[in-house]
Write a new protein. Structure first.
Length: 319
């Protein structure tokens, strides 16, 4: 799929270049408005500070600096939101239209499609009373016979600080969530992670040892409710494909960490850790082909998971 993306990308960028130029002009305009507002407030507060008594001048300066940064933050936030809306509508949707063909049918929504119950059922994390899930930018559709969905997601919970007066957010996962139909029927759960998952109950899950691919075993640990079923799911070919997929995502800068995978309810659930916010317009950086190329490769790489893992090849009774 990387070769496909590289072949199609130049033509796509040519098609959306007028839109990028328009967005770049709007970005510059919004940036000037932000700069003008920030400088104006800085001048006004500086004048006010001159008339403040010396005894209170430190607090006045501190408040002025706070006010300047706050105005810059609010103004840039409004400007970024306007750019994001247009970028998603005029560029990201066009990317999906470009990817679609007779074998691929995908739809995009700026809203997320992540479900907190799916995260719980995956058994990749321990459950917490204050857990929360936010998501955005969802892509749903089919490649051949296989349905898929992916989006950006953040899964976290609140923890009480030692002073018991404040709470802090503990992020369990941030990145891209991908799920699809699996091409084999199974009843239990099998987890593939770099470390032992937080949600593993040792009374239910056992570590699967001595898999055929030694390189796979170096990078991933496998836990399952059924050892035989885990080996049925993780054929030598699939182990090799998961390794290749993981390496591909790292080399394309989609993630720097290992994938987390859960096989449950005849589905494959993949978490791709990343702190990068994809599918967003740049505000302080130039809107150019680099941003578009990065987002385009993320979309094509994720859709290609179906083919990379050979999920369209149905096994025995799976239809």
């Amino acid at each position: 799929m990387d070769d496909y993306a590289n072949d199609i990308l130049p033509g796509f960028i040519t098609k959306v270049r007028p839109v990028l130029e328009e967005l770049e002009e709007q970005r510059k305009h919004n940036l000037k408005k932000t700069a003008f507002l920030t400088v104006s407030i800085a001048i006004l507060t500086s004048i006010v500070v001159l008339f403040i008594p010396t005894s209170a001048k430190f607090y006045a300066v501190a408040f002025s600096v706070f006010l300047i940064f706050l105005s810059m933050l609010i103004s840039s936030s409004f400007g970024r939101r306007e750019l994001d809306s247009k970028y998603k509508e005029l560029v990201v949707k066009k990317m999906v239209e470009q990817v679609n063909d007779e074998n691929i049918a995908c739809e995009y929504s700026r809203n997320g499609c992540a479900n907190i119950d799916t995260f719980r059922r995956s058994s990749l994390f321990s459950q917490h009373p204050s857990e929360r899930l936010s998501s955005e930018d969802s892509f749903c559709g089919r490649v051949g016979n296989s349905a898929f969905a992916f989006c950006e997601a953040k899964y976290s919970y609140c923890e009480e600080c030692q002073d018991k007066e404040r709470e802090k957010e503990v992020v369990l996962f941030q990145g891209i969530q991908f799920e699809a139909d699996f091409n084999k029927n199974f009843n239990g759960k099998t987890l593939v992670t770099h470390f032992c998952p937080e949600g593993v109950s040792y009374s239910r899950f056992k570590k699967v040892k001595n898999l055929e691919n030694t390189e796979f075993c170096k990078k991933f640990s496998v836990y399952s409710t059924n050892d035989i079923e885990a080996r049925y799911i993780l054929s030598p070919a699939l182990q090799e494909r998961i390794l290749s997929l993981n390496d591909s995502f790292v080399s394309n800068s989609i993630t720097r960490n290992h994938l987390k995978i859960s096989f449950f309810e005849n589905r494959i659930f993949i978490l791709i850790p990343s702190s990068k916010n994809n599918f967003e317009a740049s505000f302080f950086k130039r809107m150019d082909e680099t941003r578009v190329g990065s987002d385009y490769r993320v979309i094509t790489s994720l859709i290609s998971i179906i083919e990379e893992l050979n999920l369209n090849t149905r096994i025995w009774t799976k239809e």
